[in-house]
Design a protein around this ligand. Structure first.
Ligand SMILES: [Zn+2]
Length: 85
């Protein structure tokens, strides 16, 4: 008589997506807002706005979002123009 053993392996995966604003948010002067605003990198901007990186660059090219370039060539997106409050 043989004994059959059944081994059951249950894997449970859970995914927690936490979207939070970068802390602390660097405030930089936006020429178009005329005030210090939160400036983030395009990839962060895409996450915060829930849009693709491509959409961010499309808006930059279309001029619908404000942006700033740091002296070292880093593109920063004005959150105030990107996220309607
Ligand atoms: Zn702005």
């Amino acid at each position: 008589m043989t004994t059959k053993r059944r081994i059951e392996i249950t894997t449970e995966t859970s995914e927690v997506v936490v979207i939070r604003r970068p802390q602390p948010l660097a405030s930089r002067w936006c020429e178009l807002c005329r005030e210090p605003v939160g400036m983030v990198r395009p990839e962060q901007a895409a996450i915060l706005a829930g849009i693709s990186w491509r959409e961010v660059s499309r808006r930059v090219e279309a001029g619908t979002v404000h942006f700033n370039e740091t002296p070292d060539g880093l593109l920063l997106i004005c959150l105030k123009s990107l996220l309607p409050l």
